[in-house]
Design a protein around this ligand. Structure first.
Ligand SMILES: Cc1cc2nc3c(=O)[nH]c(=O)nc-3n(C[C@H](O)[C@H](O)[C@H](O)COP(=O)(O)OP(=O)(O)OC[C@H]3O[C@@H](n4cnc5c(N)ncnc54)[C@H](O)[C@@H]3O)c2cc1C
Length: 418
């Protein structure tokens, strides 16, 4: 078996496959391997719709072998260790692979142990997560007969930061359409606002009012008592106070922390998420345990022949497939430049990410933004006759449910421009 490659890619997810396809489209002679132990590749953005009973889960899965581009080798194995000074990686099946360039894209992992009681509670009774089993979420939504329907998310970074609230809007819409009496929908989040971009937040606050959602900012889930159906939150609020004894203009922030117990009859949560263990244990990470790359060039800060993108990368923007679509061309350009003996000077990734905020069946708002949290709608939306994507639109729902999955499988995975 071949063990030496020009370009090795760790992970055949959204980032790994898209990067391999675009590299080959630029230069068919490149010698590329993808290392990934998984048989199946998932289109995760549709899991929100699966959880709301409006998308077939099987359509989100495709065999990995059908997606690996022709001309790229696939080693079905998991990487376990980096030897970056020797340009080598080691795998679970005790292979050693040597590379000239390395692309690190193994995504992230759910770490249920970070919330006490979550491992025991999940996917049983009325506790579910679109991040783990969206089909079970749909079972729980259908079985809900009233009471407290609690939606929450952890304090760690998560994939698609909007996903925990999207399923909340869909569930609230479903409960009201199905006349579930006494449904008390709660959205409890560690954040201070519903969304970081004002125009989008204004729309979402109206949606929250429409569904009569009890919005609880600064609530961090810490423990689930599944036997008694109670979730425990740490509630933080920052109070500003004037210190009169000193300079009267001085302000001091006091953090008030209290514990809140909330009974639930339905609970959906995004689990805590971290980089995979072999990444966290490597010397390639920053102090928070995420892959330490330059936020504009995606080149590793210490090892110049290593690049990283996708969910694993330490980038101060939302972890989404949409972000990856804009990261891939930068990585591809930089690697091709280096192969040609030039400098990897493409630093054009500005933190673009997007969050298709489904706000009900047939309704969506499209948040697109950059590192500065500026609202940056795609000019191509005008072709869909949408000039105000910060508002709810039926046409954006069509984009989410039909157009984006089509583009993902037929264009993005094949490295074509969208
Ligand atoms: C519920 C939900 C809703 C979402 N909604 C949206 C949305 O609306 N829009 C959007 O753009 N994004 C959305 N996302 C996020 C999006 O799916 C991810 O950001 C994207 O898939 C990340 O791609 P990735 O390549 O980094 O990781 P992944 O696609 O997760 O792929 C990682 C790959 O690495 C492999 N791997 C792991 N460990 C190893 C190892 N040790 N060695 C080798 N290979 C390894 C895995 O098997 C996997 O194939 C959503 C995600 C979820 C869960």
């Amino acid at each position: 078996m071949k063990t030496q490659y020009q370009i090795a890619i760790i992970g055949g997810g959204t980032a790994g496959i898209m990067t391999a396809s675009q590299l080959l489209n630029k230069d068919r002679s490149l010698d590329i391997v993808i290392i990934d132990p998984a048989d199946t590749h998932y289109y995760q953005p549709a899991w929100t719709l699966v959880g709301a009973g409006t998308y077939d889960f099987d359509k989100t899965a495709r065999p990995m072998k059908d997606l690996i581009p022709h001309g790229v080798d696939w080693i079905k194995d998991a990487v376990t260790e980096f030897l970056p000074y020797e340009n080598k990686i080691k795998t679970h099946k005790e292979r050693t692979i040597t590379y000239n360039y390395l692309i690190v894209a193994p995504g992230l992992v759910n770490d249920l142990s970070l919330i006490e009681g979550l491992e025991e509670a999940i996917d049983k009774g009325t506790v579910c997560s679109n991040y783990i089993d969206p089909k079970y979420t749909w079972q729980c939504i259908k079985n809900f007969k009233g009471g407290n329907a609690v939606f929450t998310q952890p304090t760690t970074p998560i994939k698609c930061g909007g996903a925990p609230q999207k399923i909340m809007y869909l569930a609230a819409h479903y409960f009201s359409k199905n006349k579930i009496k006494n449904a008390n929908v709660v959205f409890a989040t560690p954040g201070t606002v519903i969304f970081g971009i004002k125009q989008i937040a204004d729309t979402l606050m109206k949606v929250i009012q429409r569904y009569n959602v009890d919005f609880r900012p600064q609530y961090s889930p810490v423990k689930i008592d599944s036997k008694n159906k109670i979730i425990h939150f740490k509630r933080t609020s920052v109070q500003k106070s004037i210190r009169p004894s000193l300079n009267s203009n001085d302000e001091e922030n006091h953090e008030d922390v209290s514990m809140v117990e909330m009974p639930f009859d339905f609970l959906h949560l995004a689990p805590p998420q971290t980089a995979p263990q072999f990444i966290k244990e490597s010397i390639l990470v920053n102090e928070d345990g995420w892959l330490d790359v330059d936020i504009h060039s995606l080149q590793h800060k210490k090892f110049t022949n290593i690049f990283g993108l996708g969910d694993v990368a330490a980038l101060p923007t939302a972890k989404t497939g949409a972000a990856i679509r804009k990261q891939v061309p930068v990585v591809v350009d930089n690697i091709i430049k280096m192969i040609r003996g030039q400098e990897a000077n493409n630093r054009t990734y500005q933190g673009y990410s997007s969050c298709p905020l489904v706000t009900g069946y047939g309704k969506m708002v499209l948040a697109e933004f950059n590192y500065k949290n500026e609202f940056t709608p795609d000019p191509k939306l005008k072709m869909m006759m949408i000039s105000d994507s910060y508002r709810e639109h039926w046409r954006l729902w069509i984009l989410k449910k039909y157009i984006l999955p089509y583009l993902y499988w037929n264009k993005m995975m094949k490295g074509k421009d969208v």
